[in-house]
Design a protein around this ligand. Structure first.
Ligand SMILES: N[C@@H](CCC[C@H](N)C(=O)O)C(=O)O
Length: 289
């Protein structure tokens, strides 16, 4: 029987990005990919990301977070999920600040209101081998990659950014004019991305605003992706399309992103919502394989 049976969880969302928070601190349980897939499919616990909390690895941090996608794969970053975790860990306390850790590094979180949090997502990594890409590109503000006929590509020359996870951002005039669901998987699995990639379409609407649609690695189309919003804001500023403070509008709502000049860190501010609390039951894992 799965060690997760009887464990409580929180079903939350960050701007419509479906998040389940599972606190395993104080135990030695490690969620297996097939368990994550079973949880993702069960009514009441569907998620885009499962945020699993473990005991801190670094002194002074509040928890170590493992981030699992619906296909059971693991990521180093999830902006919307990190805000949800910050909500869960500060609930019922007067704490404002938290320090969390993922396999990609440390994240500081600050409570702005009952439901709004700012996460310091750290500094973006911009070199081709940090994304990572399968071959060298000196200029990661636009790499050679296209969808459609060679002489009239529909999508082309994406910017690439690593925000603790790999992102490719295609610049378009109108995000609604493209069917991201049709090309998302193809681009996510393109051989140029040895660790796959999160794929975004970005439309610049002013020097302070972007519209974004995201196909998430290991998930598919989602209503929001915090790390993609950070990656797109960084890429837009690098290309001179916007300043360093932008409002990013996703299907689920808006995130405020600030690529801070002083230390190069990216700050993301947005809401969280608790949908319900639940407990994992044995039948949920019956077919897990
Ligand atoms: N929804 C997340 C990003 C999730 C991780 C991604 N699917 C990956 O595999 O890198 C966010 O809000 O950042």
């Amino acid at each position: 029987m799965s060690a997760l049976v009887g464990r409580p969880f929180l079903k939350m969302n960050g701007l419509g990005n479906e998040i389940v928070v599972l606190d395993l601190r104080g135990s030695r349980i490690r969620v297996q990919p097939e368990e994550a897939r079973a949880i993702a499919q069960a009514p009441g616990s569907q998620f885009d990301q499962l945020m699993v909390l473990h005991d801190p690895r670094t002194p002074g941090t509040d928890a170590f977070m493992r981030i699992l996608n619906t296909d059971g794969s693991e990521s180093g970053a999830c902006g919307n999920g990190t805000r949800c975790v910050a909500w869960a860990l500060t609930r019922g306390t007067d704490r404002k600040d938290l320090l969390l850790e993922t396999k990609a590094g440390l994240l500081t979180c600050r409570r702005e209101s009952d439901v709004d949090f700012t996460v310091d997502m750290g500094a973006p990594r911009l070199r081709w081998d940090e994304i990572p890409l399968a071959e060298e590109f000196r200029d990661t503000t636009g790499i050679e990659l296209q969808v459609g006929p060679i002489d009239a590509p529909v999508l082309h020359t994406p910017s690439v950014v690593n925000m603790g996870n790999p992102h490719a951002i295609f610049w378009v005039d109108d995000v609604e004019a493209h069917d991201l669901a049709r090309v998302g998987s193809l681009l996510e699995h393109h051989p140029i991305f040895p660790e796959r990639a999160n794929i975004s379409l970005a439309q610049v609407t002013s020097p302070e605003s972007l519209i974004l649609k995201v196909w998430e690695r290991g998930v598919g189309l989602t209503r929001a992706c915090g790390s993609a919003a950070c990656a797109a804001a960084v890429a837009a500023a690098r290309k001179g399309l916007t300043g360093r403070k932008v409002r990013v509008t996703l299907p689920g709502g808006d995130l405020l992103i600030h690529w801070r000049e002083s230390d190069g860190h990216v700050l993301m501010t947005g809401p969280t919502e608790l949908e319900h609390e639940g407990v994992f039951t044995a039948d949920l894992f019956a077919g897990a394989a």
